[in-house]
Ligand binder design. Structure first.
Ligand code: AMP
Length: 554
């Protein structure tokens, strides 16, 4: 029995269909724009809504019911945005497949989610075709932006052309009212260990998260923005930007498959976005390209960077050399993803503001956070005590998706909290600073060395393009840091010099003595440093390691 006085308010469910209706009417003139390599293909939100109606009719005609999963295997582009909106609005579940996963993982996630239909971009058929025979639940494939006849379908699977299928359908669809707690969209985490895990976002969580993206202390996304969405739509729903755009009418600039620094800058020159979102590795490339070929990018009011720690040297280069502000944010696939955003407090001095900006940011009002030490005790938010971060809130996952109700990795969730696997500290005013992933922590002689701090410091050296730090076994100290460095082209720095440059920022015992010079830091499917590959190379003896003297005892 419910205790207390019930409100007098309507219980209207939160729904992505409501956002879509709003976007196609109130925000009908906003645009989604896709880069083609030399120019842009444009579609208004009004047109997008009509296409979404046609797609919903087409999917119904193919037998897609409410709650059925529809996969997408696509770049960020206009057609993907249409699918993104039509599928949840008709009560079905969007599953954006990560096109960069290994084939076995892709097969696993499509089968695990039981995708009934997959919408594939024509340019991705060579990748998708070989997977198709292993996708056990797929009955229909729709090919957008390409030639459907190029795909050979196994028995029991029909292939359709997006254009032909949609052209035959009416534009108006009566989007149903669904329970706000029902799944609207799914993303699988890029999973560094074991099988990928599925997160099923609800209509409720997606709408609330969209509001957060639009708040001033979130991304402040609004109709005044042209948002360049480089973060893939399969990576935590492109950080929630597409659904937030339905709410606020921000226009979207989609890079399609043109994700190298040169085309990104060409796209920026042509379309002058006000806002952009991508992981740090993309921006490293863009900054390098800008150094060689300067271009005014001050049309960007802000660039949001997350997914891995933003090296402060990168933020500084944006500030000082480009006149563009970087906004650092933390989140996970499991957190929709916006957890914290690094806007400094209004009354902070310039120096304090910098420290706040390079932190992982302040938690959103609806996201609760706590830190647990190794013994499971909650540690204070004093800006010093370290612990594993746990979060809860209305857009935070409470479990992983399971088709048969067996619990998937239950140890990630306890007492209603999500265990993030991130280790850090929180200030009394709720700003998070991460020092590591729990599995990346380096424990040397019983003390922690932050791989992230070392990486940031090495990457601030003018001769260094990228650096990743891993812990390697050590007889005397248990573990010691190894720095894998990528030097800028044409420079000739050595390990001794790079270590000397760290000496004023780290205690002597923290200074790394193992250095490896590599051509490129291996990256995960969403563009983060893939330390497990470096660890494996080290274990196999495949890394050429320069050994310096050390460590020093204090
Ligand atoms: P994913 O779900 O693939 O986006 O991965 C989420 C993980 O990325 C988090 O648990 C963090 O370890 C890491 N991450 C995301 N944002 C940041 C950030 N701003 N700084 C450091 N690590 C981050």
């Amino acid at each position: 029995m419910m205790v207390g006085m019930l409100s007098t308010m309507q219980d209207e469910p939160l729904s992505l269909a409501t956002l879509l209706r709003h976007a196609m009417t109130a925000k009908a003139d906003s645009e989604v724009v896709t880069w083609t390599g030399s120019e842009a293909r444009r579609m208004t939100f009004g047109e997008m809504g009509r296409r979404a109606g046609q797609l919903a009719h087409a999917l119904r005609a193919l037998g897609v019911e409410q709650t059925d999963r529809v996969g997408t295997f696509m770049w960020n582009n206009n057609e993907h945005f249409v699918a993104y909106n039509a599928i949840p609005a008709m009560g079905s579940v969007l599953h954006a497949l990560n096109i960069r996963l290994f084939p076995e993982q892709l097969t696993f996630v499509a089968n695990h989610a039981e995708d009934k239909v997959v919408i594939v971009d024509g340019s991705l058929l060579p990748l998708f075709g070989p997977l198709l025979p292993g996708l056990t639940s797929v009955k229909h494939v729709i090919v957008a932006n390409g030639d459907a006849s190029a795909l050979e379908a196994p028995a029991g699977v029909s292939v359709h052309s997006w254009d032909e299928l949609l052209a035959a359908q009416p534009e108006e669809f009566d989007f149903p009212v669904v329970d706000e707690r029902m799944a609207a969209a799914m993303c699988y985490t890029s999973g560094t260990t074991g099988d990928p895990k599925g997160v099923a976002y609800s209509h409720r969580s997606s709408v609330l998260h969209s509001m957060q993206v639009c708040t001033t202390d979130g991304m402040a996304l609004s109709e005044r923005d042209d948002a360049l969405v480089i973060v893939p739509m399969f990576h935590a729903n492109a950080w929630g930007i597409p659904y937030a755009a339905l709410m606020c009418g921000a226009s979207l600039l989609m890079p399609d498959r043109f994700l190298q620094p040169e085309p990104i800058l060409a796209m920026m020159a042509a379309e002058k976005p006000t806002f952009a979102a991508a992981v740090p590795t993309i921006w490293t490339g863009v900054l390098g390209q800008l150094a060689a070929n300067p271009q005014d990018i001050t049309h960007l009011r802000e660039v949001i960077v997350g997914g891995s720690a933003v090296p402060p040297s990168m933020m500084k280069a944006f500030d000082d050399e480009q006149g563009v502000r970087v906004l650092h944010a933390w989140g996970m696939t499991e957190t929709s993803p916006l957890g914290s955003v690094a806007h400094p407090p209004a009354r902070a001095t310039a120096e304090e503001a910098w420290d706040y900006r390079i932190s992982q940011g302040q938690f959103a009002a609806s996201v609760q956070a706590r830190l647990l030490d190794d013994d499971g005790n909650v540690v204070p938010h004093d800006g010093e005590s370290l612990g594993e971060l746990e979060v809860k809130g209305p857009w935070i996952a409470g479990s992983y998706y399971s088709p048969d109700d067996t619990e998937v990795e239950p140890e990630k969730f306890h007492d209603g909290w999500l265990r993030t696997g991130d280790v850090g500290r929180i200030t009394p005013n709720g700003y998070l600073t991460l020092v590591d992933r729990s599995k990346d922590v380096i424990k040397s002689g019983g003390e922690w060395i932050s791989s992230v701090d070392l990486e940031n410091a090495v990457m601030s050296h003018p001769d260094v393009l990228e650096a990743a730090v891993i812990g390697v076994p050590d007889d005397a100290w248990d573990e010691r840091p190894l720095v894998a460095v990528v030097l800028n082209e044409g420079v000739d720095a050595d390990a001794e010099g790079l270590r000397a440059a760290l000496s004023d920022r780290f205690a002597k015992w923290q200074l790394p003595e193992h250095w490896a010079f590599i051509d490129e830091v291996p990256k995960t499917s969403v563009g983060k440093f893939d330390k497990k590959v470096i660890r494996a190379r080290y274990a196999d003896g495949a890394l050429d390691v320069v050994e310096l003297e050390g460590p020093h005892p204090n």
